[in-house]
Each structure stands twice: as C-alpha cells, then as structure tokens.
Design a binder for this molecule. Sequence first.
Ligand SMILES: CC(C)(COP(=O)(O)OP(=O)(O)OC[C@H]1O[C@@H](n2cnc3c(N)ncnc32)[C@H](O)[C@@H]1OP(=O)(O)O)[C@@H](O)C(=O)NCCC(=O)NCCS
Length: 179
Amino acid sequence: MLYGKRIRLRGNERSDLPKFVEWLNDPDVRRTLSMSMPISQAIEEQWFENMLKRPSEEQSLGIEIKDGDGWRLIGNCGIFDINWRARSAEVGLFIGDKSCWNKGYGTEVMRLLLRHGFETLNLNRIFLRVDAANLGGIRAYEKAGFVHEGRFRQGTFQGGEYRDMLFMSVLRSEWIPEK
Ligand SMILES: CC(C)(COP(=O)(O)OP(=O)(O)OC[C@H]1O[C@@H](n2cnc3c(N)ncnc32)[C@H](O)[C@@H]1OP(=O)(O)O)[C@@H](O)C(=O)NCCC(=O)NCCS
C-alpha cells in the first residue's frame, strides 16, 4: 500500500472491475479521457488480465479514501511505459466517483505517485498527457508540481472536435516533496 494523508493506493482486484465499468461508461468521467467505445465487463476483464502481465512497477493501483473504519474505492491510477535507461515514465489517473471531484484527491494521488516514482522507483522524469479542456485536471497537476512542457495542437479528437493535448512533467531535480 502507498499511504497519503487522506488516501491510499493499493493493487487492483478483480472485484474492482464492475465499478470501473460503471465509471468508465459515465459521460462526465469519459469527457476528458481518450476513450472512444463503451466499456463492457468483458473488455475490462481482458484489460485486467493484460495488466497483471505487466512488470510489478507498472501494475495499476486503486485509489481509496477513508470511509468510517474502512476504505472506499474512488478511482484508479498508475505509472506506466517506464523507460529504465532514461528513467522516465508516464502517469495517469481517473477519479470515477464524481462526488469526490474538486476535493484535492487528484492532487494528492499525483503527489503520492511522484514520491513513489522518485523515491522508490528511482525515476528521473515523470510526465503526463492531459486534454487542454480538462481545466480541473491541469490545476490539480500544477498543484502537485507538474510544469507545462508542450502542446500537441489538435492532438486529440473528442466530442466532435479536435482538442489540444498538453504534456506536463516533473524532474527529480525540481521535485519538492511534501512535508
Ligand atoms: C481530473 C481529475 C483527476 C482531477 O481530480 P480532482 O480530485 O477533482 O482534483 P483536485 O481537487 O485535486 O484539483 C482540482 C482543481 O481544479 C479546480 N477546478 C475544477 N474545475 C475547474 C475549472 N473548470 N476551471 C479551473 N479550475 C477548476 C478545482 O477548484 C481545484 O483547484 P483548487 O484546489 O485550487 O480549488 C478528476 O476530475 C477526474 O478523474 N476526472 C475524470 C477523468 C480524467 O479527466 N482523468 C484525468 C485524465 S488526464
């Protein structure tokens, strides 16, 4: 488990999949994700099986928040496409439970992934891609320490229009760990 102040990240279980199917078919959640087709339980199971075959460092992680005496799943995240020579990797997340948006969880997830990536995996560069229309996401990533590094003009097509895709990153040398 990776523990933050209010969240923890844990390995995905097969039992998480129905929630992912529900969330990833929600138009509000999908709007800023590069997804084109509806997600079925079968497709999600296939994704899960393939994910288990990936290296342990690239296994995706469930995002949980405290709920009474236990923990409740609200989304998913992970570090992937690690280039061990350049020590560079990409991160991604979604919070599927919309009642949890704009409460600082996305920022906290990113801070936790940065700490894990730099202090445990010994990465040097962690980057992400974000739809330029995803203002809440961009704000969360800026708060976590990501800096803007590039714009792929009309890099994605979503909701009937071309949209710019932004690249943001944090280098190990500029990362300021949270106390
Ligand atoms: C993007 C996402 C991860 C952000 O998570 P979150 O927990 O809502 O983010 P946070 O609460 O940490 O930060 C959001 C910030 O953006 C701000 N914000 C939200 N909507 C905004 C808007 N339209 N314009 C400007 N700022 C906005 C919030 O006020 C908050 O800033 P503040 O703390 O300074 O007030 C989450 O909304 C999500 O999963 N969305 C659906 C899937 C997705 O887009 N995934 C990311 C793909 S890159």
